[in-house]
Design a protein. Structure first.
Length: 98
C-alpha cells in the first residue's frame, strides 16, 4: 500500500521540542474527523528532533498541515524544515521482501 510521508526537522533543545511536539500530536489526535497518521517516528539528536509520519495515500495530510501551521507558535515550536515523500515499504520486512 502506497503512503505519503511528511518529514519535519526542528532545530533546538531536543527535550523541549519533543515535549512540544507530543503536545501538538495529542491535540491533533483529539479531532476524530481528521485523518490520523498510521505510523510515526520521533528521533532526537544534539541539533533537535526529526518527526516522520505516514498516511495512506488518498487520505490527505492537508488537515494536519493546516492544524500544525496554526499551532506552531502556540506550542512554542520553531518553523520546521518539511519534506514530503511517497513511501511504499514502511517496515524492514516489506523492504527486504523479494
Amino acid at each position: 500500500m502506497s503512503r505519503i510521508a511528511l518529514i519535519a526537522r526542528f532545530d533546538g533543545d531536543a527535550q523541549v521540542l519533543e515535549e512540544s511536539f507530543r503536545a501538538a500530536a495529542t491535540k491533533y489526535s483529539q479531532d476524530l474527523a481528521a485523518p490520523q497518521p498510521t505510523s510515526a517516528l520521533l528521533m532526537r539528536n544534539k541539533e533537535g528532533i526529526v518527526v516522520v509520519m505516514t498516511w495512506p495515500e488518498g487520505s490527505g495530510i492537508k488537515p494536519f498541515q493546516a492544524f500544525f501551521r496554526g499551532s506552531l507558535e502556540e506550542l512554542g515550536l520553531p518553523h520546521p524544515r518539511v519534506e514530503h515523500f511517497r513511501a511504499d515499504a514502511i517496515t524492514w520486512g516489506a523492504l527486504s521482501k523479494e
